[in-house]
Design a protein around this ligand. Structure first.
Ligand SMILES: Nc1ncnc2c1ncn2[C@@H]1O[C@H](COP(=O)(O)OP(=O)(O)OP(=O)(O)O)[C@@H](O)[C@H]1O
Length: 663
């Protein structure tokens, strides 16, 4: 597995798992900035969101698709009074989900069909119905149709992102009917980046601005499509299971990627988007058919000696699929998708409704994958920011009203954001820090030429062993040198012997033995014996008048000297200058070419003589047996009629010797 890629059991978008690895501290932890502490201590979550601008009443009158009639051209439709929910304009008590409303402009379709403005932003916190001005809702922030995503980000997401970087879990999600602007708000495009890219950019600039801390970031990206969880970072990760243990819910087998830069993180989103289910309906050409959850896992710790444990948090950025009304013209697969989307959003609404009542009752989180995964967020373990996207169009007035009611209920859900802290050593950042320090040490040791992973005592002992080893090695080397020298000397002696025995000193046809045959196995010496025989053959052919060598050797106890003489005689013919040597020194002369005084035979000369004796002894044995056979046959064949035949195959040297004797 790639070091930057993880599939861990503990991974869980939205789970905010409180494993043994984590401890929860108060939001007033000294780690948190004064600003955040102050923000969290305020009675309403809305207080920590900045106030906006440009959101005056009827700001939508600037809409490009407002139409020639103006937004007041139509008669407002009055709502029954019991449906009008007048939210108090002052903030409710206790921390709650932050709720932001974002209007989009009328789109071309709405414009062409003559839609009017049914809802509008009446200052930056109130949404009011055009046809029934008494119907109004108050939220933390309301953005008109010209608000930029950057402005929405600053208010609805930045505080959550900042808190996440300080160890507080956070969730930002976009909710609204199809084509109301959720994806536009969360993702945006190149020209107008949405919450997710802006959050990523912000995360890295926060890191840049935090010289006292170090961070480790991972991302995961999943979709819930038709109630099935798919891993958008890994196409093979389909139908992932939601698991639950004592610490909460988690997605089993989800892939997490370590990210190193904004571009790196965005590349994972872009890759994930390739796998997301998108389809068209009569409202939206690129309608999201699934809910997506992009999760950023943040680990951080103080740098250097200031280490105070690792802080962990999760930031979940959610783009929900849009609810579809009966007006949404769908068939087949789109209808099926729509029913799954609606069911899960209905469950979300029910859960929000129950939570907003604040009563201890059963909350049906398990009724959908979405609410199951959102459980931890919705039950208060972190900051939650809900961005509801709406259209002002009169044709969708009812849907927008439903969204506003949902948003209003969500506003009443209380949250208890707190900072997480890992107190053990299991965090990934700690693991990496340890690895880095080990590698640095290793590098240091390598630079100093030391052995890695050895302590001082071990090092001393190794050094001692090395010194002892060096002494032993030295003496062994010396022994080996001696043995080598002895071998060399022996090889040289043997080489000399061989050379002498063959043709090195014999010019012309007798000196043409290939040089490689001048060295030296016993076998080669055996072959050499034959060659010596050949040499003798030639010798004898050239010296027909020579006395019988064999008979002389067989009978003469001093055959050694006679043999020597035979050699010397043979060689004397070619090296006449050496003929003055005494018998005992002639061999030596042949070997070295030097003139040694009598009685001072060298070991090489002795070796040569021994070899020659062996060689001749072999010849004698062979010739003796041949002679014996001939004698026997001559007894059986006295007239010698078969003798010539029998002589065939007898070495000629023997033959001539025999011939001489018999002749
Ligand atoms: N605030 C806005 N300003 C300008 N254009 C917008 C705005 N909001 C949405 N749009 C445009 O409206 C169209 C539909 O928006 P979007 O796809 O974001 O809707 P959605 O809520 O995600 O829909 P669905 O639920 O079907 O996926 C897009 O073309 C988008 O560019």
């Amino acid at each position: 597995m790639d070091s930057s890629s993880y599939r861990t059991r503990s991974s869980s978008p939205l789970s905010y798992r409180k494993s043994s690895s984590f401890s929860s501290t108060s939001s007033t932890s000294s780690f948190m900035s004064n600003k955040l502490t102050h923000q969290m201590s305020l009675s309403s979550a809305s207080s920590y969101f900045n106030s906006g601008s440009e959101y005056g009443s009827r700001s939508m009158s600037d809409s490009v698709h407002y139409g020639s009639q103006g937004y007041n051209a139509r008669t407002p439709v009055a709502y029954p009074s019991d449906e009008v929910i007048g939210e108090p304009l002052d903030t409710p008590s206790g921390d709650s989900i932050s709720v932001t409303i974002r209007f989009r402009p009328l789109n071309e379709r709405e414009f062409l069909r003559g839609d009017e403005i049914a809802w509008y932003a009446d200052d930056d916190k109130i949404v009011r119905n055009e046809y029934n001005p008494a119907t109004a809702y108050a939220f933390d922030k309301v953005f008109g149709p010209h608000a930029t995503s950057q402005a929405v980000y600053e208010v609805a997401a930045r505080p959550v992102v900042k808190a996440a970087m300080e160890g507080v879990n956070g969730t930002v999600f976009a909710y609204g009917v199809t084509s109301s602007g959720k994806t536009h708000t969360m993702h945006g495009d190149q020209n107008a980046p949405g919450i997710i890219p802006l959050a990523i950019k912000d995360v890295f600039s926060i890191i840049q601005d935090s010289p006292g801390r170090e961070f480790l970031l991972r991302v995961s990206y999943i979709e819930i499509y038709n109630e099935v969880i798919n891993d958008l970072l890994d196409p093979t990760g389909q139908n992932l299971r939601v698991r639950e243990d004592a610490q909460g819910t988690y997605i089993e087998g989800i892939k997490e990627e370590v990210v190193l830069s904004p571009g790196h993180a965005l590349s994972f989103i872009a890759a994930g988007e390739e796998h997301r289910h998108v389809g068209s309906n009569n409202f939206n050409l690129f309608s999201s058919r699934s809910h997506t959850i992009f999760t950023l896992m943040i680990e951080s710790s103080a740098r250097g000696d200031e280490y105070d444990g690792v802080v962990f948090s999760q930031l979940n950025l959610i783009d929900l699929a849009g609810s579809e009304s009966s007006k949404t013209d769908t068939t087949g697969i789109r209808r099926k998708e729509g029913s799954f989307i609606n069911k899960s959003l209905l469950t979300l609404g029910t859960v929000i409704g129950k939570l907003s009542e604040g009563k201890a009752c059963h909350i049906p989180y398990r009724d959908s994958k979405l609410t199951r995964l959102l459980q931890s967020s919705l039950s208060g373990h972190g900051l939650v920011s809900l961005i509801c996207t709406v259209t002002p169009a009169s044709s969708n007035m009812e849907e927008t009203h439903n969204t506003l009611k949902f948003a209003s209920r969500a506003k009443r859900v209380e949250i208890y954001a707190s900072r997480n802290k890992i107190i053990d050593e299991k965090s990934l950042i700690k693991k990496y820090q340890r690895e880095i320090s080990v590698l640095k040490e290793e590098l240091d040791h390598l630079r100093k030429g030391m052995v890695v992973g050895v302590n001082h005592e071990e090092l001393l002992s190794l050094r001692q062993q090395l010194e002892e080893g060096q002494v032993k090695m030295q003496s062994r080397l010396e022994e080996e040198e001696e043995a080598k020298a002895a071998l060399m000397s022996r090889i040289q002696r043997l080489t000399k012997l061989i050379l002498v025995s063959t043709k090195s000193t014999v010019p012309g046809g007798l000196s043409d033995l290939p040089s490689h045959q001048r060295s030296h196995s016993v076998g080669e010496e055996d072959k050499l014996d034959l060659r010596v025989g050949d040499a003798l053959l030639i010798d004898d052919e050239n010296q027909k008048n020579s006395p019988s060598l064999i008979s002389a050797l067989v009978t003469d106890p001093c055959y050694e000297f006679k043999h020597r003489r035979s050699f010397s005689r043979r060689n004397d013919e070619f090296t006449p200058s050496n003929r003055t040597f005494t018998e005992s020194t002639q061999a030596g002369e042949l070997i070295s070419g030097s003139k040694l005084p009598a009685g001072r035979m060298t070991s090489d000369q002795m070796d040569l003589l021994v070899e020659q004796v062996k060689m001749l002894a072999g010849e004698i044995a062979f010739s003796s047996s041949t002679l014996k056979r001939l004698v026997d046959q001559s007894v059986n064949d006295p007239d010698g009629s078969k003798t010539q035949d029998l002589l065939v195959g007898i070495p000629r040297v023997t033959y001539f010797s025999l011939e001489k004797r018999t002749g």
